[in-house]
Design a protein around this ligand. Sequence first.
Ligand SMILES: [Zn+2]
Length: 483
Amino acid sequence: MIRVYNTLTHNKEPLVPQIEGRVSVYVCGVTPYDQAHIGHARPAVIWDVIKRHLERRGYVVFHVQNFTDIDDKMIVRARERGESVSALAERNMKRYLTEMRLLGVEPPHAYPRVTENMKDIVRYIDDLIDKGFAYATDTGDVYFDVSKKPDYGKLSRRSVATEETGHRAPEAAGKQSTEDFALWKAQRPGEPVWLSPWGRGRPGWHIECSAMSEQYLGPSIDLHGGGIDLVFPHHENEIAQTEAHLGKVISTIFVHNGLVTIADVKMSKSQGNGITLESLLGRWDPAVLRTYLLSVHYRSPLAFDEGRLAEWQKALERVWAVQSRVLDLEPPSGWPHDPWVAELLNFEEAFLQALDDDFNTPKALALIFDMVRKARPVIDQGGAEGEAAGYLTGKNLRLADRILGFLRHELTSTGNNNENAQTTVLTQLVEARQRARSEKDYDRADMIRQALGEIGWGLEDTPAGPRLVAQPRRDGEPLKPTL
Ligand SMILES: [Zn+2]
């Protein structure tokens, strides 16, 4: 049984999907006003692992993550750069998708964007007004009336009545109470706008997730994710909106990840200390980055320290050295009666149980390193024992890697003829390019690199020689799952 810590109840609870065998997941995604940084990589990798684990446990997972492609930060940045909000969003979303692909993150089933779901959002707000939970002002803004929700604050455990109100921000015209939050913002000069019954404007931040999670996943979801900084006000407001609209909680379980910090400061670009994912992926193997991000439990804060990446690289190199010897081994001819055989046979269940327990990736990683450390001397010694240990270690590494993604994936033989043939062609192309370079025929070398790019491979020149990297698919188009 999978148990998950639920921020709503402050308890670890069994995951009981509303539809048996199907888990719906909505994760609050990025606002693409700039490049992604390590703080964006963490939730992406965590949810990638959660999804893969749920699938390994037999669930069908529907995973949706949004792009907030219109908001104040987008408008300000686009203005600074002298470009349109949509051009800024497009460029950064494309870059984000590429970086996710390089990180080994499987794309969610849909990446809905606010600007492409405006009709649903407007309809949602209209319904909140009809039901008496929201009001429009004379200036064309729409606010959610928090006083209509007596249980407002149940996620963050804040009570409106006892909130400190000594430092009120100046009230916007027509807003009835400090706590009320914007559902629709009337047009301001030079901003992109959409049509609505209240005049031209654009949606507030919170309404998009209530509207799009319902649109893409149905009225109530099983798991709702985001950083711990989203508990208030973002998720609190989503709860209020969805309950007012549908009379149902937006999600049975709220899963919040700890933030990435540097010297105890939350990492965000607005504080200017972001380490871009692009620069980290240029310096480190994606498997090292993933492992580092998973080495701390998702609910704990992660104090980013690039020095730790070097340590994880070293630790993983020991695993990769074993990987290359065991991954493609055939089953052994016999099974020795040694206690470590039983231990290797039990690995799979121990590993999966670690993840069943609120996705305990540090424990799962510890099991992998422990297994490799114990199995290596047996593999080294060869014979029937070595053969059995090698085979089981390979099998276990493959299973664990399918969920966590820590192995180094080079172009290796996979036993599949098509892939073998492709591997041969790729190897020949890379060698031909190397020859061209050594003969200083750079035009030809570039041509070969381009040819590789056209068939989906990028080439990185590393100190250890050229390395092929699978290029991301263009997954920008939102796709609605058929439910
Ligand atoms: Zn959200």
